[in-house]
Design a protein around this ligand. Structure first.
Ligand SMILES: C[S@@+](CC[C@H](N)C(=O)[O-])C[C@H]1O[C@@H](n2cnc3c(N)ncnc32)[C@H](O)[C@@H]1O
Length: 459
């Protein structure tokens, strides 16, 4: 479904403005009755309409509009001003609506398009979003009454200053309500299941090529479900931070990769550390080691430092803002480097649904270049006999094995992850290994998609 972009400010629907109007005696001044820009506040109809929308749907709509306009990440927005005055139940509903619409957007648009009078019709973004929000509730949420999903989407459309489109939204959503729920076909082409499961075809085609059709289908299915409890470890360690099992596994591998050193504390460098999930696992497991954690982002490092303070065992960790490709020489060499580089995050689409909409194939090239620079610099800081763990949460070989192949020379050997002796696993390590490296896939291994390889300096 094509949509016309509209500038979205902090109050795209004018809800705040409308609230002021209603608070001032519940009467909306006549001037609002005239057609006016959304930024100038709601019209009379808009103000009345917004009062008919429940807070959870309003918040979800506002957040989705901001994400669409590239003005924030769903996770941050869901923990910000839009939800801080909501009840717990409303916050949960807002979260379910935002994550659901982002996960299913491609599939919803494909369905909605077929129900428009002119499928190529360009819709204003608030209209398109009201349709998606309504269709998502009708097709994917069990406990939402159809009339609430439908009528509140109509009111959201009106409240957004698009009263002329309310009839169309109502008619289209009535057709959606009459549709059978999406079911699984006996056999589907890649294009069909990519669309049904809300993924860009170019990405799914890459997964089919790299991991096979069955795995690609499982990845897509896993990306559409709520991220549940992990299935990689047999038990949760209550002292560790709450992180995805794949992320923990990478950190546990890194902790096991730390070589024994005699007569001094081992030196560990976590070079792309924020928000610190893996640093915490390392700090807990590598007791007695000197741990340096760096990140190029001052903001993320600030948040990470506050997070580390909540864990006693992390009090010895030194945190610095630094570019991993330019760590000052006088910081010396390390026995272990964890190089958990920035990446496209295609192994985490369940948790970060908007990546699928934002990611373009050119981004792979840009990320891969940056990853090579960071890895090359980090390898240069590993002591002889020391090890480096290179990792990403990407499913794309260009960010994983291709980066490693391009950067390591003859002075390195791959230490197979099966030799690391990670304990407490609920699944065999070899089932997650590929050419000595870790390769987890969502839906296949019970965690997000991670890649990790252990490299040892031999000369
Ligand atoms: C995948 S995240 C790291 C996640 C972290 N290891 C954890 O487990 O919580 C990548 C991080 O690399 C940081 N980063 C990006 N470029 C960097 C660079 N040149 N040097 C250091 N950090 C960088 C980003 O700010 C981001 O926090």
């Amino acid at each position: 479904m094509k949509s016309k972009g509209k500038s979205v400010k902090g109050d795209p629907l004018g809800f705040d403005a409308a609230a002021k109007v209603l608070a001032a005696g519940g009467r909306v001044p006549k001037k609002f009755a005239k057609a006016r820009p959304v930024s100038a506040g709601p019209t009379l109809g808009a103000a009345q309409a917004q009062a008919k929308v429940t807070p959870a749907r309003r918040a979800a709509f506002e957040i989705l509009m901001l994400v669409k306009a590239g003005k924030g990440h769903s996770d941050e927005l869901l923990h910000g001003q839009w939800t801080d005055k909501l009840s717990e139940a409303d916050t949960n509903l807002t979260t379910a609506l935002v994550m659901g619409v982002l996960r299913w957007e491609i599939a919803l648009d494909a369905r909605l398009r077929t129900l428009l009078q002119r499928p190529d019709q360009r819709l204003a973004e608030p209209v398109a979003m009201a349709l998606r929000l309504g269709a998502f509730q009708l097709l994917h949420m069990d406990r939402i009454p159809a009339h609430a999903a439908l009528s509140e989407s109509v009111e959201l459309c009106r409240a957004a200053g698009e009263p002329h489109a309310t009839g169309m939204v109502n008619a289209v959503l009535r057709k959606v309500a009459a549709l059978p729920k999406p079911g699984t076909k006996v056999f589907e082409t890649t294009a069909a299941f990519a669309e049904r499961l809300g993924h860009p075809l170019w990405l799914v085609e890459r997964w089919v090529e790299n991991y096979g059709r069955d795995a690609a289908l499982k990845i897509c299915e896993a990306d559409q479900s709520e991220s549940g409890e992990g299935g990689v470890f047999s038990e949760r360690d209550a002292e560790l931070p709450s992180i995805d099992d794949g992320s923990r596994l990478v950190a546990e591998i890194a902790a096991k990769a730390l070589p024994q050193v005699e007569g001094r504390a081992a030196r560990v460098w976590d070079c792309c550390a924020a928000p610190g999930g893996k640093t915490l696992v390392l700090a807990k497991r590598a007791e007695g080691a000197e741990v340096l954690a760096t990140d190029v982002s001052t903001k993320r490092m600030g948040q990470m430092e506050s997070r580390l303070k909540r864990f006693k065992y992390a009090k010895g960790v030194t945190c610095e803002v630094a570019d991993a490709a330019k760590l000052p020489k006088d910081m010396g060499t390390f026995d272990l480097v964890l190089c958990d580089v920035p990446c496209t995050g295609t192994g985490t689409l369940g948790r970060n649904p908007e990546i699928r909409e934002r990611l373009k194939v050119e981004e792979l090239v840009r990320q891969s270049q940056r990853q090579r620079e960071i890895l090359a610099a980090a390898l240069g800081r590993v002591a002889l006999g020391g090890r480096l763990v290179y990792s990403t949460c990407s499913l794309e070989p260009e960010e994983n094995e291709r980066v490693v192949e391009a950067v390591i020379g003859s002075a390195w050997r791959v230490v197979p992850i099966e030799e690391m002796g990670v304990t407490g696993l609920a699944v065999e390590m070899h089932s997650m290994a590929q050419d000595g490296a870790l390769r987890t896939l969502p839906g296949v291994h019970g965690c997000d998609g991670f890649y990790a390889v252990v490299l040892e300096r031999t000369a």
